[in-house]
Write a new protein. Structure first.
Length: 173
């Protein structure tokens, strides 16, 4: 996983819960000296998943709750400053979400070691999209949180339902 995700997870935890909770989660995950991570660093997926699980325990929240918090932070705090053009080129949450697979490909094609989640799309009807999550990381709860964050960003009341470990149902207004 790219370091930018870990750095923003850390930023969100410190901002919302305090630095001591981040450090406690790292220790619980067996990390006693925090490594230096840059935006383009490659961070071992198993390490990130261990930290995510430790965060849930330390913060007393579920994985879906952590995913929602991170999704809101990523979409509404961090990325609008860094990737403003992607937001400007999408007028609705639907426009934005339908471009995410292409964005992941474009943003990471020249990044050594990048292996972003991929997405597939299947329409149930004119308002209902099934978005397929293709990743070995098993962090679909973060995808759900990110989709909810996109709805909040565009001020749209999206109905988001996790259908399993690889699919999310989104009903657009």
């Amino acid at each position: 996983m790219k370091g930018v995700i870990v750095l923003q997870l850390k930023g969100m935890v410190i901002e919302k819960f305090g630095k001591n909770k981040w450090e406690e989660a790292l220790a619980k995950a067996g990390i006693y000296k925090e490594p230096i991570i840059t935006v383009i660093s490659n961070v071992d997926d198993n390490t990130v998943v261990a930290v995510v699980n430790s965060l849930c325990e330390v913060l007393g929240i579920s994985l879906p709750q952590l995913g929602d918090a991170f999704g809101d932070y990523w979409v509404n705090v961090y990325t609008p400053k860094i990737y403003a053009s992607f937001y400007a080129n999408a007028k609705t949450a639907k426009d934005f979400l339908l471009k995410m697979d292409d964005v992941h490909i474009a943003m990471t094609k020249n990044m050594q070691g990048a292996d972003p989640p991929r997405f597939g799309y299947e329409w149930e009807d004119g308002k209902t999209l099934i978005m397929k999550y293709i990743s070995k990381r098993g962090l679909i709860d973060f995808m759900v949180g990110l989709i909810k964050g996109v709805g909040k960003y565009y001020r749209e009341d999206l109905k988001v339902t996790k259908l399993g470990n690889d699919r999310v149902k989104i009903v657009f207004p």
